[in-house]
Design a protein around this ligand. Sequence first.
Ligand code: DLZ
Length: 169
Amino acid sequence: MSQEKKKNLSEFTPFSINSNKIRIGIVVSEWNDHITDSLLQGARQTLLEHGVSEENIVVHHVPGSFELPSGADLLYAMDPTLDAVICIGCIIQGETRHFEFIAQAVAQGIMRVGLDHRKPTIFSVLTTNDMRQAEDRAGGVHGNKGVEGAVSCLKMIALRQELEEKPQL
Ligand code: DLZ
């Protein structure tokens, strides 16, 4: 296997964040749950390693990836103390165009919820051609997209903390 093919996409440069009171929601799709469970584990572990406390990580499940945007929206509406929501899903290409519609809608929906609530709302959704590609990215040779999602989430919260401390910048 070439170096490119082995690339672990979850590698990241360490960064510091004040994670004392950070509260994060995670919405997880039940479709392809052996994949989404691994992504959830990766995300949760990464948040804990960066000092987010167990009780400040709130996990809820939705039926499929299509429901991730409304799940995230509901979480923000019901719990205004959340700083961010990570959306976890796995959409695998089938024989029909269903995949395209779901993937597009989910990406745009998650973006919209994040902008509407002005909070980091993270797209930790695998969109792969087959199950093998998904497994490679859910704790396999290409890392874990849940880890990437948690890192992106914390980096966006760190940016907000930085801007709040120096609002003139
Ligand atoms: C229906 C469907 C299909 C065919 N494939 C997937 C998939 O690969 N990944 C996923 O997360 N969800 C899938 N779903 C379910 C839809 O996301 C959604 O839950 C249903 O269309 C009901 O709105």
